[in-house]
Design a protein around this ligand. Structure first.
Ligand SMILES: Cc1cc2nc3c(=O)[nH]c(=O)nc-3n(C[C@H](O)[C@H](O)[C@H](O)COP(=O)(O)OP(=O)(O)OC[C@H]3O[C@@H](n4cnc5c(N)ncnc54)[C@H](O)[C@@H]3O)c2cc1C
Length: 387
């Protein structure tokens, strides 16, 4: 591929954000090349627990975030039913402390338009018989569910190819090139120069961006991307088929997948790097202790297969956006607007669930910037009628 004047948009990174953005831009008639250093969906997307959020966990902090989650959940259900783990929709939201102000919770859900219903103790224990009944005060059913981010990514990639996107895997980008303060393309690790009218960085796990922002992004004003990291534990055989979250225990949660239960302490930290992370043994122990507290009959030693992992992704431009326990907003950064390189963008999804929000946002921004007359853009497939 040669350099030169082009309409082509280069997307760097083939995680869920990159492939979804490729679909939304290609469906608007824009030529797109997507470059992925490894395999599609092999970054943070492959580490995700698979919680398709309804927004119930964020409603108290932000009604708007909850609304975005609910709409994204519904779009995911309609666009990619094959990525849903179980035909059964719904997740139990539990409280474990009698002092927890459930009225505030219910009010926040109502204000965000989230459907919820209170569930009696007997119904809950019939659904999750192994649960320690003494630890549960209240239970509510919301529409969250378990999903497979890998299946969703594959489906989006197939849709992107059908829409004419050129997807190249095994092609890492070394740096963005610019001329007179405008992005002109990228240089790959193999030394190939690829021209672009716009460059989109959708490489949330891009260590070079986090560790050497100045080298990777030329002429940028000072900013510090920040990563979110956390620990997860999966066990087999699975303990229950129903997802649940304990809202007053740092949102300790459980997302069942076929044959496996994935537990998460609900605790997030910020990290300065995405590589060479030391696992936090203390955090793993805390997940295990909570699992045993909620499932007293569970014997860790008798578990056939256990898997612990630390997952990280770059989620925000500033550490204040990813304070532990907070979900960062899906963010599209226009580097030109910051006084840096024009026609250069970065994507930070916040949650895999929010892929349609991010893809719609970047499409809107780029179409507005393109100086080739109004495009009669077809809607992205998840926004077409019937979805
Ligand atoms: C442990 C963990 C659990 C999570 N659980 C959930 C959950 O249950 N539900 C939910 O909604 N969200 C969850 N999230 C958040 C979610 O996983 C991320 O927000 C989302 O997957 C990020 O997608 P992405 O496409 O932006 O990044 P990524 O999936 O990381 O994609 C970036 C891609 O860029 C590629 N790349 C990097 N550098 C280069 C380069 N130089 N050149 C070319 N390509 C490059 C990488 O190989 C990678 O494939 C979780 C996150 C973590 C870390």
């Amino acid at each position: 591929m040669s350099t030169g004047k082009t309409d082509r948009i280069v997307i760097v990174g083939g995680g869920i954000s990159g492939v979804a953005s490729a679909v939304s831009l290609a469906s608007a008639g824009v030529p797109v090349v997507l470059l992925e250093s490894g395999k599609l969906g092999g970054g943070a997307t492959s580490l995700a627990q698979g919680w398709l959020h309804s927004g119930g966990a964020f409603a108290e902090a932000s009604s708007e975030m909850a609304r975005l989650c609910l709409r994204s959940l519904q779009q995911t259900e309609a666009f990619c039913p094959q990525c849903l783990e179980s035909p059964r929709s719904g997740m139990y939201y539990l409280t474990s402390d009698i002092q927890t102000p459930t009225n505030a919770l219910k009010k926040a859900w109502g204000e965000a338009g989230l459907p919820w219903k209170e569930v009696g103790r007997n119904q809950l224990l019939a659904a999750i018989p192994e649960l320690n009944p003494e630890l549960v005060q209240k239970a509510y059913l919301l529409p969250d569910r378990a999903f497979r981010p890998d299946v969703l990514t594959e489906t989006l990639a197939a849709t992107a190819r059908n829409a004419g996107v050129e997807i190249r895997t095994g092609v890492g980008v070394e740096r963005v090139t610019s001329e007179d303060g405008q992005a002109t393309g990228v240089v790959t690790l193999q030394g190939e120069e690829i021209a672009a009218s716009h460059v989109i960085l959708s490489a949330a796990s891009l260590p070079s961006l986090l560790e050497h922002p100045r080298t990777f992004l030329p002429d940028q004003p000072e900013h510090t991307p920040a990563a979110a990291t956390t620990e997860l534990v999966s066990v087999r055989p699975n303990l229950t088929q129903i997802p649940f979250v304990v809202v007053d225990r740092h949102q300790f949660n459980h997302i069942p997948h076929i044959g496996t239960s994935i537990f998460h302490s609900g605790v997030w930290r910020t990290a300065k790097t995405t590589s060479g992370l030391t696992k936090s043994e203390g955090d793993f122990e805390s997940v295990w202790n909570t699992v045993q507290e909620f499932f007293p009959g569970f014997e860790r030693e008798a578990c056939l297969e256990c898997h612990e992992w630390t997952g990280t992704s770059i989620e925000a431009l500033g550490a204040d956006q990813i304070e532990p326990g907070r979900c960062p907003w899906p963010t599209v950064v226009n580097h030109g607007a910051e006084g840096g390189v024009r026609n250069l963008w970065s994507l930070y999804p916040g949650r895999a669930t929010l892929w349609p929000v991010l893809a719609d946002l970047i499409r809107e921004e780029i179409l507005a910037k393109m100086d080739r007359g109004p495009l009669k853009a077809a809607p992205a497939p998840w926004n077409s009628q019937g979805n």
